[in-house]
Design a protein. Structure first.
Length: 165
């Protein structure tokens, strides 16, 4: 016997705002309208003031972010204890992807260089999304994997440029 389809409840005001922000990012262009609603139910957004930390190197990592607006500095602690800006991220960039894949501490500190807005996907939200909506979860995971791959290629190229001949 076929189960009746129960319609999803309306999006909350916060989910509507999250969905609107998701729509501004090309990363989510391939998702259908109902899939965007599903994503909005499993994500949130945050406004970060200039100078505010998104996360700190060594902290437990349990969320990733999609940059919607503003500018973020990614800082890495050097052997001497100083911090060096290793990347600057703007609209369309992501940060913290590894934290929803592995359970390692944060590998860098991220500070808002300008007032910024990010969409947050927690590990818990990602796990719920993939359990309840595997197809949407797999599509999102493929996009995240692609971003990780591109970041790794960029990092490898930068490293190769710094190596002595």
């Amino acid at each position: 016997m076929k189960r009746p389809v129960v319609p999803e409840p309306e999006l909350s005001e916060n989910e509507e705002k999250t969905r609107d922000l998701i729509l501004t990012l090309p990363l989510f262009d391939a998702f259908k309208s109902d899939e965007l609603d599903i994503l909005a139910r499993h994500m949130n957004f945050a406004e970060i003031l200039r100078g505010e930390h998104l996360f700190v190197e060594g902290d437990k990592g349990d969320y990733m972010c999609f940059v919607v607006r503003g500018l973020l500095d990614v800082l890495k602690k050097t052997a001497s204890g100083d911090y060096r800006v290793v990347a600057r991220l703007g609209k369309g960039n992501t940060i913290g992807e590894m934290s929803i894949v592995d359970k390692s501490p944060r590998s860098a500190t991220v500070v808002a260089r300008q007032p910024s807005v990010v969409i947050i996907l927690t590990k818990k939200g990602f796990d719920m999304l993939t359990d309840r909506y595997p197809a949407v979860g797999v599509t999102l995971m493929k996009k995240i994997m692609r971003l990780l791959s591109l970041n790794m290629r960029l990092t490898t190229s930068k490293l190769a440029d710094k190596l002595p001949e």
